[in-house]
Write a new protein. Structure first.
Length: 387
């Protein structure tokens, strides 16, 4: 697999596939490399984001504006199953490595193309970043509080989600090729569509009823109770009562089982219509108890609640430990380095984090040798600034 994308979305798709055993060659520009190498957060001037997103990848530098660099890439593509890129539409073609050229060399190649707005449409040539997609998709307009502006997520949500969607699409394309004898194909992944796709019934609700969900903080439009509440000792806990039985258990957990007979709270629609009063009842009880007391009461009644973890909390959480949701790898630059483990869990092919993101060009010579270049040719490419 060739990962020649930069930043987050495309490289995330490659990272996921690499977690499950794909041999990923990470192609970077000489000298500057992938811009994410310069992103926060850092330790000892090493990007921790790079360590995570480039794990299980072998880095090589190539100047694709040089004909020798293009030749190396085409030789890589001849034996690859997948190529991932995120140039603006038309850029790959101008470099002489568009899908038609790639498929002439390797008809079975799957090409994942990640852009802000997709390969077609009036916005195709506009600059596209995850932040813009989070607004353009309709997601940000739903996030935050009604009396405040739309709220952008504090993580690269559109990019990360598109990475997961891209990895899924690659596997669908490979299944079509390998099981049904189909050809390689091109996957057109637009950042905004990954977030638009998770809005559930909201587009249909607007089209049918001309109604739109407004910003509601931590509440949600289709079920109640659903919110975060502050505990006596300053923590926060999330509570969800998305079914009648769970809502009844919540009332029992807070010592108010009679509320289920109250017409305001006896069914979901009533709870939504009387959400302020419902939140006041639950919030008042939770504010009077410490986090451990709240969780114990909810657990005793099999009601749905969970602590709102910060990073320190999840590192100490026994469930995270038992499932090994965090994995620690030995890194030559940073020593023991913790990051998210492989997900999802597959029983026969569980995947692994074999190594964290490596220094720039650290596998260039080895990869070139695998392609048949001898030492003199490798030195010529290095001296010419191609690698």
């Amino acid at each position: 697999m060739i990962d020649m994308a930069t930043l987050v979305a495309g490289p995330t798709a490659a990272r996921i596939l690499g977690d499950f055993g794909a041999d990923v060659t990470k192609v970077e520009r000489p000298v500057t490399g992938d811009p994410i190498r310069d992103f926060e957060f850092r330790r000892d001037d090493v990007s921790l984001w790079w360590k995570v997103i480039a794990r299980n990848k072998r880095p090589i530098t190539l100047d694709l504006k040089n004909s020798d660099g293009v030749d190396v890439l085409l030789r890589l593509a001849e034996s690859a199953d997948v190529l991932i890129e995120n140039f603006r539409p038309g850029t790959l073609e101008r470099l002489g490595i568009g899908p038609d050229v790639l498929h002439a060399r390797n008809p079975g190649l799957v090409v994942l193309r990640v852009t802000g707005y997709g390969q077609t449409g009036p916005n195709r040539d506009k600059p596209g970043f995850g932040t813009l997609a989070e607004a353009y998709s309709g997601y940000a307009e739903l996030t935050g509080y009604e009396d405040r502006p739309p709220l952008l997520p504090p993580i690269a949500l559109a990019d990360e989600l598109t990475g997961w969607c891209g990895a899924y699409a690659v596997m669908v394309a490979l299944y079509h090729r390998d099981v049904h004898g189909g050809p390689g194909q091109v996957i057109d992944a637009a950042l905004y569509e990954s977030l638009f796709g998770i809005l559930g019934p909201l587009p249909s609700h607007w089209q049918q009823n001309r109604e739109m969900q407004t910003r509601q903080g931590s509440r949600i439009g289709f079920t109640a109770p659903r919110n975060t509440y502050r505990t006596r000792d300053g923590h926060h806990v999330a509570v969800s009562g998305s079914s009648q039985s769970i809502a009844e258990r919540i009332f029992a957990a807070i010592g108010r089982p009679e509320l289920f007979a109250d017409p305001r709270f006896s069914h979901n629609l009533g709870r939504i219509e009387n959400i302020d009063a419902l939140d006041d009842v639950i919030g008042t009880w939770i504010r009077a108890h410490a986090l451990d007391e709240v969780l114990a009461a909810f657990e005793a009644h099999e009601a749905a609640a969970a602590p709102s973890h910060d990073m320190a909390g999840l590192f100490e959480d026994p469930h995270y430990r038992a499932r090994e949701s965090l994995v620690t790898v030995r890194d030559p630059e940073l020593g023991d380095l913790s990051m998210q483990s492989v997900f999802p869990r597959l029983s026969a092919t569980p995947g692994a984090v074999r190594f964290a993101g490596r220094p720039m060009s650290s596998d260039t010579a080895a990869i070139l040798r695998e392609l048949g270049f001898d030492d003199d040719e490798i030195e010529r490419l290095r001296a010419g600034g191609v690698t």
